[in-house]
Design a protein around this ligand. Structure first.
Ligand code: PLP
Length: 369
């Protein structure tokens, strides 16, 4: 199987899994236990935390809370600091979009900033919405449906110029481990997820500037400095930190190589059939295209039968069988139904690109409108 759905999840990094295995077999102790084994597990989690912080941030400025997934980290950030007005980009992943929508149900003033054609947020429109009542601005780093990269550093800086007390949160799930990037002090919260970069499912984290508030979402034994109770997933956390180390050891080289693979794939696609939605400047790990008039989920099944796994434009409700995000980019209905998301990992090879492009061209040619 050629796996081109890495934005959905990645194959666990075998080296990271092997290194972490001892926390499943030998050192399975509860990190809160006060004997030697518990201390060993606790120390391992602390060093994973420290290592993950150092990869993208200044440890003097940022702390990190482990969570059960990116979704939990997103929820915790949104519900922690929202007060009067909350602004989010219309492109946010459901984990943020639905959280912010829930705030609206609870009576908050919620505004969504429009998207540009490639799925990035319209920065001017977003900034024009910010005022003294704005408590939180949410702009994802890389859009999971189109790969568009938002310049979160300059957006956060501009938001703070307009309202220094406003918090800035970015969902970094599709950027972490893939884009060479460091958190700058204007970004208050940044969420990440292990399974998108070779860790296992069920582990995420929220980076937080040390001087900003964060409310616990789960109450209990007081783990994670009281910010996230629940016994830590030690194996998952260790896997995450080893996988992240591996990704950052070659992040810039991988970026260049995967960029070339993505462009090669696009070059090989029949231009009469495929419309490109992802821009060249977007994350190289995502190429979103559409076959006008086709049904993405049918193409997806046809590709699976030919040995290629791809994603589609994700639908958010049965009433709308297409993605609200691609719709917000301004595409007509004839395009929305036929969206395919091809997403890559550091393991993707040129041979896979060549074979999958042939399969994509074949299924697009077979499609009868
Ligand atoms: N945010 C973005 C941008 C994502 O792409 C995803 C997963 O697809 C999530 C959040 C949710 O992450 P998790 O699957 O760890 O809950």
């Amino acid at each position: 199987m050629i796996y081109l759905d890495n934005a959905a999840t990645t194959c666990p990094d075998p080296e990271a899994v092997a290194r972490a295995e001892k926390f499943l077999t030998d050192c399975y102790y509860n990190p809160s236990a006060r004997y030697g084994g518990g201390h060993e597990a606790y120390t391992a989690v602390s060093s994973a935390r420290e290592g993950l912080i150092r990869l993208i941030a200044d440890p003097l400025e940022y702390s990190l809370v482990f969570t059960s997934c990116g979704t939990e980290a997103d929820n915790q950030a949104v519900f922690s600091c929202a007060k009067g007005t909350v602004i989010a980009s219309a492109g946010e992943h459901a984990a943020v979009y639905q959280s912010v929508s829930e705030l609206k149900n609870r009576g908050y003033d919620v505004k969504f900033a429009p998207l540009r054609r490639d799925g990035s947020v319209d920065g001017e429109a977003l900034l024009s919405m910010v005022d003294k009542k704005t408590s939180l601005v949410c702009v994802m780093h890389v859009n999971n449906e189109t790969g568009a990269v938002n310049d979160i550093v300059s957006l956060a800086r501009e938001v703070k110029k307009r309202n220094p007390r406003c918090r800035f949160f970015s969902d970094g799930v599709q950027a972490f481990g893939k884009l060479p990037f460091r958190l700058s002090k204007e970004i208050d919260y940044y969420s990440v997820s292990a399974h998108k970069i070779g860790g296992i499912k069920g582990v995420g984290a929220l980076y937080k500037r040390k001087n900003v508030p964060l409310s616990p979402y789960l109450h209990g034994g007081g783990q994670e400095g009281g910010l996230r109770s629940g016994t830590e997933n030690v194996f998952g956390i260790m896997c995450f930190s080893y996988a992240a180390e591996n990704r950052y050891a070659s992040c810039a080289e991988d970026y260049t190589r995967v960029h070339a693979l993505r462009e090669e794939l696009y070059e090989r696609l029949a231009k009469t059939k495929f419309l490109r939605i992802s821009s060249q400047e977007g994350s190289p790990y995502i190429l979103t295209v559409a076959v006008e008039g086709a049904r993405g989920e049918v193409l997806q099944r046809m590709l699976w039968d030919r040995g290629v796994a791809v994603g589609t434009g994700s639908a958010c409700s049965s009433k709308k069988p297409f993605s609200r995000v691609i719709e917000a980019c301004g595409y007509p209905k004839s395009v929305l139904g036929g969206v395919l998301r091809l997403s890559f990992s550091v393991q993707t090879t040129e041979e896979e690109i060549i074979k999958s492009s042939a399969a994509l061209n074949a299924v697009a040619a077979e499609w009868k409108v």
